[in-house]
Ligand binder design. Structure first.
Ligand code: PRX
Length: 622
């Protein structure tokens, strides 16, 4: 604790000196900065004038050391195939692929969409882009063609990197057909590079589609990392906000790399001989920062598993941990809850004694899940680190440092050095101990989002206007007498389904595109496993509708428009939606209805009270 406090105080008292020291120690720079931070809210520039390269830091600098033949990526495919890519071999594959991209004319500042299964070629594609300064945007393989199209268009991407498909629950999940569908309306795209993972029949459009293995025939192993400006964009990752349109969160080079490398070591207590596994999908920020860039920059062995946690049976994860003697395991509360339900005999039949540290991310971890994780998986030996952060923060912000900060189940505990969180009321005033309020971050930190791609106004408005100069997280929180933070969930119309962020407006926009739907209101409903489930209130256009069939249709419709993970749990048909006099849908009431099946609180602004009474008395009609 003394050590943590000392680090924290140093960062608080002289942030520039602190971050300069961390950056010097953790990162290779081709050229040093002239200024640590240039902060004109909401615009931050970290390590001004410095030059570096993320791929160089993740690969080249390690192969000159004892890590040359250390496993960088340890891959297990769902069918059981394995690959052990050493730093040397990963470097070779990344350089070859980068040389292919370069020879096809791609260069720093161009944009590439990466839409792949969880196979090593996904980080290889990301690192090859980073090597050349091509801005990548990874689109989670679970997103539909429609969602993919919107991202390609918003980014103005000229290149798509994909695969024929991947494996999930014993079946092939095809990806290329979704790309084909998306590209009917994406004229900016010149090339589609397709990696052959499954070998199933794939239609290739001549003049546009290229096989990865064909291109590799002409690859070279001479493609040096480009010396990029510290603020050069590294990636754009789309995430849900409060409108129907996802926002492209932009992360840049030097500050991002510095912060995630440092937190990788602080939070995971990383040792040279560790085997580290984060079970997230690389399509989300957790995978970017703590499967790919953080672990590789820190020189760790990072495990990637391609498929579902229940294939072929519910002990797949425990099998993987036993097989590779995994030491550090990082997963989500939603996965833990799903596994609890299957019973202790699955983990109990495996030797999990290699585990030393357990992590959690994505949503508050409920006491029952924490207790099970601690007892059944960690055998009461392993500290649990509950890490709070967001796509926008780039890296872990609030988390115990194992060994230093004592845990309290359900609390992220204390902030990382250099992170100054606070809890304020609507007017921006600090609330006292044990009071609920909005979580804000008072000072800039190196891995903070720099903007929303193509929409700097929205960036400013969403994050930086509530409390001038401070970052507004969108989460509610409370701080206890020990200074520990307790995250209470979102204060906006963003749902958290299985640790995935989804906006109510996004689902509503999808629903109203359906020819039968007049109006829709969507709220998150508490759910035992997924944390929240998508619950939709729908009014229909005139017609003779078969509610049961239409309910199914609408569920599939949303899955088609956004992706299978967004498929609504419930569709409730209603004659009218509760609205204020100004016509705003009162989602608060709908939330109460789905949570308690009653309505309490202030309803004086409601237009038609009978609507609420009716909705409240109605159970799931679907
Ligand atoms: O509400 C918080 C919740 O997830 C949101 C961020 O979602 P996303 O950008 O998709 O990133 C998830 C992975 C970093 C936050 O605003 N959240 C994330 N981690 C925690 C959490 N809530 C409570 N405890 C956590 N450890």
């Amino acid at each position: 604790m003394e050590g943590y406090l000392d680090l924290y105080r140093r960062a608080e008292n002289d942030p520039d000196a602190f971050w300069a020291e961390v950056a010097e120690r953790e990162i290779h720079w081709f050229e040093k900065w002239s200024q640590v931070l240039d902060w004109k809210p909401p615009t931050a520039r970290w390590f001004v004038g410095a030059r570096t390269n993320v791929a160089y830091n993740c690969l080249d600098r390690h192969i000159a050391t004892h890590r040359k033949n250390k496993v960088a990526i340890l891959f297990e495919g769902e069918p059981g195939d394995q690959r052990f890519l050493t730093y040397q071999e990963l470097h070779r594959l990344v350089v070859r692929f980068a040389s292919v991209l370069k020879s096809r004319g791609y260069k720093a500042g161009d944009r590439a969409i990466v839409y792949m299964p969880m196979i090593p070629e996904l980080p290889i594609a990301m690192l090859a882009c980073a090597r050349l300064g091509i801005i990548h945007s990874v689109v989670f393989g679970g997103f539909s063609a429609e969602a993919l199209k919107a991202r390609i268009q918003d980014l103005g991407a000229t290149l798509v990197i994909t695969a024929d498909g991947g494996y999930r629950r014993g079946k092939e999940v095809k990806l290329k057909p979704a790309v084909d569908e998306a590209l009917t309306e994406c004229p900016s795209v010149r090339d589609v590079i397709v990696y052959k993972r499954t070998g199933s029949e794939t239609i290739m459009q001549s003049g546009r589609d290229l096989w990865w293995h064909d291109l590799d025939q002409h690859a070279t192993e001479d493609c040096p990392a480009v010396e990029l400006d510290s603020e050069h964009p590294l990636y754009v990752l789309y995430t849900s906000g409060t409108t129907g349109k996802p926002k492209g969160i932009l992360h840049t080079t030097g500050g991002y790399l510095t912060y995630i490398t440092a937190t990788m070591k602080w939070v995971f207590d990383l040792r040279e001989e560790d085997t580290y596994w984060c079970s997230a999908d690389i399509g989300w920020v957790t995978g970017h920062s703590y499967i790919v860039y953080g672990p590789l920059s820190a020189g760790a062995t990072t495990v990637m598993y391609e498929g579902a946690l229940d294939f072929p049976a519910f002990d797949r994860w425990w099998r993987v941990i036993e097989k590779y003697r995994i030491n550090i395991f990082y997963t989500s509360p939603t996965a833990i809850r799903a596994l609890i339900r299957q019973g202790d005999h699955w983990p109990d039949s495996h030797d999990l004694s290699s585990l030393r540290l357990l992590g959690s991310v994505g949503e508050p971890i409920n006491p029952a899940a924490w207790e099970w994780y601690h007892r059944v998986i960690g055998k009461e030996r392993c500290p649990i680190i509950d890490t709070w952060w967001q796509t926008e923060t780039g890296g872990i912000m609030i988390s115990p440092m194992p060994g230093a900060v004592a845990a309290k189940p359900g609390s992220g505990t204390l902030p990382m050095p250099g992170v100054i969180p606070d809890i304020v009321d609507l007017n921006g005033y600090e609330v006292g101990t044990d009071r609920e309020g909005y979580l804000i971050i008072r000072r800039p930190w190196p891995s903070m989002a720099r903007t929303i791609w193509g929409d700097p106004e929205r960036f400013k408005e969403q994050y930086w206007t509530r409390v001038p100069g401070a970052y507004f997280t969108g989460d509610a929180a409370r701080r206890d007498a020990d200074g520990y933070f307790w995250i209470l969930g979102r204060v906006d119309d963003v749902m958290n389904v299985s640790g995935h962020r989804l906006s109510t407006m996004e689902v509503e926009s999808a629903l109203v595109k359906h020819p039968a739907v007049a109006e829709a209101a969507v709220v998150g409903k508490p759910h035992e496993i997924t944390g929240q489930a998508v619950c939709c209130f729908v009014t229909l256009k005139k017609g003779d509708w078969d509610h049961e069939k239409l309910g199914q249709d609408l569920r599939n419709w949303v899955a088609h428009e956004i992706g299978a993970f967004a498929r609504p749990n419930e569709i409730r048909f209603t004659d009218a939606l509760p609205k204020t006099r100004s016509g705003k849908i009162m989602r608060r009431l709908l939330r109460e209805i789905v949570t308690n099946n009653t309505v309490a609180g202030d309803v004086t602004t409601l237009e038609d009270m009978s609507v609420v009474t009716k909705l409240a008395s109605q159970h799931d009609e679907d």
